[in-house]
Write a protein of this length. Structure first.
Length: 161
């Protein structure tokens, strides 16, 4: 059960912690709620889908299931992965369909206290604000937390792309 605490600035916050899988994209560390992650995969063979949005890398076969691969670098407005480097995948589910989020590499699982969580700063890039639920202030960096449902809401993403 969470307890309510009053911060020095008189704002109220619930205590407790949430767990996140950290991933790296172009030198930026990002968090994904651990309960949203189904699998972590090394480089996979991806088949390109003609006329798909540029941030859809293609599809891959995961234990007999066709999984849509999303290029997170493109989706978030980052430069493409250097030629010859391979990406990893974090498999998540959205509307009962599996999706492979293409990332540079997986970090660690962090358990972060709720009082470190803040809403997105206004200075956060629009691509990130659109798909982030907020940030955590870590000792030496800010950790944006991805909202998997917003990231994979194709109806709104196609308008924003």
């Amino acid at each position: 059960m969470n307890d309510i605490v009053v911060r020095d600035n008189m704002s109220v916050a619930a205590t407790g912690a949430k767990d996140f899988v950290t991933v790296h994209l172009a030198g930026q560390q990002v968090g994904i709620p651990v309960l949203a992650v189904h699998d972590v995969l090394n480089a996979q063979q991806i088949t390109v889908i003609p006329r798909a949005p540029d941030w859809v890398a293609g599809v891959l076969n995961l234990r007999g299931r066709i999984v849509t691969a999303i290029d997170l670098r493109r989706r978030l407005g980052l430069p493409p992965l250097d030629e010859g480097k391979s990406s990893m995948s974090v498999v998540v589910e959205h509307n009962e369909d599996p999706y492979s989020l293409q990332i540079d590499k997986v970090g660690e699982v962090l358990s972060l206290e709720n009082q470190l969580f803040e809403k997105n700063p206004v200075t956060l890039d629009a691509h990130w604000r659109e798909v982030s639920i907020g940030i955590y202030r870590l000792k030496d960096q800010l950790l944006p937390i991805l909202d998997v449902d917003k990231l994979l809401a194709f109806e709104s993403n196609s308008k924003a792309a």
